[in-house]
Write a protein that binds this ligand. Structure first.
Ligand code: DX5
Ligand code: ZN
Length: 214
């Protein structure tokens, strides 16, 4: 069954702890935490101190998506704050192989993120160091954007490329019951959803709808 990783970017930031408890109880598999630095993306969110503060609120997997320029400098901080999966954008990593090793050496799962315009071939030679591939189906920076259709072809290509390797394919941006279904059919294992899950307060029903797509 597909896993669901609600993005707390769409949660009420004045009560993030309670929101994490609520999505945990509602059936989230992972908790997706978007880290933005106002430079790699045109928005700023939270840093390791907030991840650390949220850690006691849930035992679920903290799926940390770094949208920052100097990820290598901060990987330790996010690992120590309680991240379980740390994903870095390939567009900013000259030494992707090195940073993936660093994440693995800290006992964390490593993820790579591809922007909508980034070719999946860029990760071909580091596949054996990757636990998760995050396909951005919107341009990163904001919740509530529309799904970019070419993401489906990319998911299919990645599925073929990874073969039997134990790598999860996660999709992030514009996920709803229609786009989510297309992603699952193409080979996605994990759906990130912000707006779709948080929009009306019915977290449990919305997570169930996404899980019930196949
Ligand atoms: C965008 C973030 C996403 C975002 C998804 O930069 O990486 O995780 O929260 O939000 P929705 O599901 O609303 O598109
Ligand atoms: Zn994200």
């Amino acid at each position: 069954m597909v896993k669901i990783s609600p993005s707390i970017l769409s949660a009420d930031f004045s009560k993030l702890g309670e929101e994490v408890v609520a999505i945990d109880k509602a059936g989230a598999d992972y908790i997706h935490i978007d880290i933005m630095d106002g430079s790699f993306v045109p928005n700023i969110t939270i840093g390791p101190a907030v991840v650390k503060a949220l850690r006691p609120y849930s035992k679920k997997i903290f799926d940390v998506h770094l949208m920052i320029n100097d990820a290598g400098k901060f990987v330790n901080d996010f690992a120590n704050a309680g991240a379980d999966i740390i994903s870095v954008h390939v567009e900013k990593e000259l030494h992707l192989d090195r940073i993936l090793s660093k994440i693995k050496d800290m006992g964390k799962k490593s993820g790579v993120v591809l922007n909508p315009s980034t070719n999946e071939e860029t990760i071909k030679y580091v596949l054996d160091k990757i636990d998760l591939i995050l396909v951005m189906s919107v341009n990163p920076g904001f919740g509530g954007q529309s799904f970019i259709p070419s993401s489906i072809e990319k998911i299919k290509n990645i599925k073929k490329m990874i073969g039997k390797r134990p790598i999860e394919i996660e999709v992030d941006g514009g996920i709803n019951d229609v786009t989510g279904f297309e992603c699952i059919k193409a080979g996605a294992d994990v759906l990130v959803a912000g707006n779709y899950i948080f929009k009306d307060g019915n977290y449990s029903a919305n997570i169930k709808k996404l899980k019930g797509l196949v």
